[in-house]
Design a protein around this ligand. Structure first.
Ligand code: SF4
Length: 350
């Protein structure tokens, strides 16, 4: 069973070790092994005296999490189904691209939001993940890479898996802080991306706190009515309010924000959709990511956009002076979009 130390911050690790009679340097080494090394079983903590180690592992037990399924894509990405201690399952994805090694983690089991193009939204919501359950996804992916004989290096973590991260704000930030602790995994804060469907109070907290993590907001459509239909959260947190909120903050803060636009063929990929989006972005120093949507088995009857419409959309935004990229669509052959693997395993997960 993995150690219950997972999810502990550096100061919690120090005080826990102190409680068990271990000096700070041993606590520091435990922290390093756990987060920098992704070692999490008792035998991996041989630096601790046996009596302390046994007590630590006997008492500080972790809610077990294991990899219940793994699929490999032709493009090198790997999708993991992670089973939590209560039998519920979430997805994590490993995405190697260029020099980047990204792990996409889930923050909730299911999702309360019901974005019409998303397999997770169709599953409903079960519960929030703890910070430990978020961090363990990264550790399990790294261990799995090692077991496959691959390099376990991870350069980026994105909170774009199952769930709305900003409805689990505290645990998500605690997990991000842990992943960036220089005494552990030491990820650069700018290599962490937190995604939201547009939870305005949390976006405001993020901007106020001037966090160094990147923020990705799923805009999807810049027309209020169309967005209402595709992302019902828009009925509560309107696009107009989002724009007004972002205009309050200095470019330094807003430039860490990306607008994500999953393009659905014939729905939000038309010329006037691009023009509305360009208007919406006017004066905001954001970057725009276009993603050609993947068909989701059993969900609403959307289609992928044609390559030509994606290019035309990009050109309209570029002509308006905006920074826009087309994100590579990885893992198409392994149910790569959020929630597709878990939805496919829903019967097995109970
Ligand atoms: S896209 Fe994200 S926020 Fe929307 S339903 Fe899916 S998991 Fe939830």
């Amino acid at each position: 069973m993995p150690t219950g130390l997972i999810g502990k911050s550096y100061s919690e690790m120090l005080s826990l070790h102190r409680e068990y009679g271990a000096p700070p340097e041993l606590a520091r080494e435990s922290f390093r092994r756990l987060y920098a090394g992704a070692f999490m079983h008792e035998a991996d903590f041989a630096h601790l005296p046996a009596t302390i180690r046994t007590r630590l592992f006997a008492i500080e037990r972790s809610p077990a999490a294991l990899i219940a399924d793994r699929r490999a894509s032709e493009d090198g990405s790997l999708k993991f189904l992670v089973q939590l201690h209560d039998g519920r399952r979430v997805e994590s994805v490993y995405l190697p691209f260029g020099k980047r090694r990204t792990v996409c983690v889930s923050s909730q089991v299911g999702c309360v939001l019901d974005c019409r193009f998303c397999a997770t939204g169709a599953m409903g919501f079960s519960r929030n993940l703890t910070a430990a359950e978020i961090v363990i996804q990264v550790l399990l992916v790294r261990r799995s890479l090692r077991a496959l004989g691959l390099d376990d290096f991870v350069s980026n973590v994105v909170f774009m898996g199952m769930g709305e991260p900003f409805y689990n704000y505290e645990a998500v930030l605690a997990a991000a802080n842990l992943l960036c602790d220089p005494r552990g995994m030491a990820l650069a804060p700018r290599h962490i991306t937190i995604s939201t469907a547009g939870v305005l109070p949390a976006i405001e907290s993020y901007c106020e706190a001037d966090l160094a993590y990147k923020l990705a907001i799923s805009i999807t459509a810049a027309d209020e009515e169309l967005r209402n239909r595709l992302m019902p959260i828009n009925e509560r947190y309107r696009l107009g309010e989002l724009r007004n909120l972002l205009l309050k903050y200095p470019p330094r803060v807003v430039s860490r924000i990306m607008f994500e636009v999953p393009l659905l063929g014939g729905v939000n990929d038309r010329q006037h959709d691009a023009e509305r989006l360009a208007e919406f972005c006017d004066g905001l120093p954001v970057r725009i990511n276009l993603i050609a949507w993947n068909p989701v088995k059993g969900s609403a009857p959307f289609e992928s956009p044609s390559p030509d419409s994606v290019l035309a959309f990009q050109n309209i935004l570029r002509a308006a002076g905006l920074t826009v990229f087309v994100r590579r669509n990885m893992g198409r052959d392994i149910a790569g979009a959020c929630g597709q693997l878990a939805a496919g395993n829903a019967d097995a997960a109970g």
